[in-house]
Design a protein. Structure first.
Length: 382
């Protein structure tokens, strides 16, 4: 077998993540690798934690990037906050609520599911009923921005319900961080995880997390050991919060962290609120252009995420063929439907670097051409 270097095609990434990564971030990742306990690197780690606090809008001391994709940070929240026999209420309105259920079960918890329709926000009244029926529940888990459908849930109201019943919250902000308003302290969220490859526009493989003092206290009070060594927060804390006495836990992904640092610098050069606004503006432009093409969105207007748009595939269109045309003719990636929505929607991401007029216009013109070509072909063979 003859092996040569791999040169990836130049794509525009407008699916559910990863999103386009800026050359500045890629360049940062190509800088020289140094030791992970080098004093220079320790300084960088502290800066990354500060930038993450600013992005999550929190003063939580325990805020850091987990070495792993979003799903690892997600699992870290479940295995640390739950002990065998605990009851948790998990809200599901798409794929990721289902993943939460599996993780909670593996942690030995009794799981109470609250299902809301796919494409809609988590239904508040249904959560209130579940809490009333399960006063023993200790944790409420939900997804702020459901990437599988494009629905935004009311994290502030859900967190208030949890606080009123002395429950902690586990909140998935993988797709919301940087893209829509998220106020970890303002809303009183407890264990919050995200990812780097969505609205932060960094490569995948790192996952920011933040834990409130209440969540840290719950972890400290555990009667049982966390079953995962790697994700046990009591061990990881010594690494990320050790200052100059930082103890070896695992070798941090040094170069990936250079990239995250640069990406966060870029975000805060624009400004967090300006970034939210850019996502909202790009979304408005996309929705108007889709309407001109006769295309509709799955999610009702009031519950839409700007950064993830599920577009209903018209009956006469082969959805996979359209995605193939975009990829092959335009080097443009958009997402397919997941789970119940497979074959029924396209998912167009406007995340991070992709949330601007140029990306929206590129996508609309490519989509318009692909639809027209497929329809004229169908008319000729009919
Ligand atoms: C992408 C995503 C995840 C998982 O992140 P990975 O990095 O793929 O593990 C979890 N939750 C939501 C809402 C996501 O969009």
């Amino acid at each position: 077998m003859h092996m040569t270097r791999f040169d990836p095609p130049r794509r525009t990434l407008m699916g559910p993540g990863p999103s386009d990564v800026h050359q500045r971030v890629l360049d940062a990742m190509a800088r020289p690798t140094i030791g992970h306990l080098d004093p220079a690197f320790v300084g960088l780690m502290d800066e990354i934690c500060d930038l993450l606090r600013k992005t999550f809008r929190t003063d939580n001391a325990l805020t850091f990037p987990v070495s792993g994709p979003g799903s690892v940070a997600m699992e870290a929240c479940f295995v640390n906050l739950l002990e065998p026999g605990d009851t948790i209420i998990v809200c599901a309105n798409g794929v990721f609520g289902g993943r939460m259920k599996q993780m909670a079960e593996r942690a030995g918890a009794t799981v109470v599911m609250v299902h809301s329709p796919w494409g809609r926000a988590v239904e508040i009244a249904a959560v209130e009923r579940a809490i009333a029926e399960h006063p023993e529940a200790r944790v409420l888990a939900f997804v702020h921005a459901e990437t599988s459908t494009g629905a935004r849930s009311d994290a502030e109201t859900l967190a208030r319900l949890a606080q009123q019943h002395d429950m902690l919250t586990i909140v998935d902000t993988v797709t919301s961080l940087g893209g829509i308003p998220l106020e970890v302290d303002g809303w009183g969220l407890d264990a919050v995880y995200s990812g780097t490859q969505k609205c932060l526009s960094c490569p995948p493989g790192l996952a920011p997390v933040t834990f409130s003092p209440r969540a840290v206290a719950r972890v400290q009070e555990r009667r049982t050991e966390v079953q995962s060594w790697f994700m046990d927060l009591r061990l990881v804390m010594g690494y990320w919060q050790g200052g100059t006495k930082r103890a070896y836990h695992h070798t941090a992904p040094i170069n990936a962290l250079y990239g995250l640092h640069e990406g966060l610098l870029m975000l805060h050069e624009i400004g967090l609120e300006q970034s939210w606004q850019r996502h909202a503006d790009a979304h408005q432009r996309l929705v108007a252009g889709l309407a001109d093409l006769g295309l509709e969105l799955l999610v009702p207007e009031a519950e839409r995420l700007p950064q993830l748009n599920s577009v209903i595939v018209p009956d006469d269109i082969d959805e996979a063929a359209v995605r193939a045309t975009l990829l092959n003719a335009h080097n443009l990636e958009i997402g397919a439907g997941l789970g119940d929505l497979a074959g029924k929607v396209w998912r167009i991401g406007l995340m991070g670097q992709c949330a601007d007029d140029a990306h929206v216009d590129l996508c609309l013109s490519a989509l318009s051409g692909a639809l027209a070509a497929q329809r004229s072909e169908a008319a000729q063979t009919a």
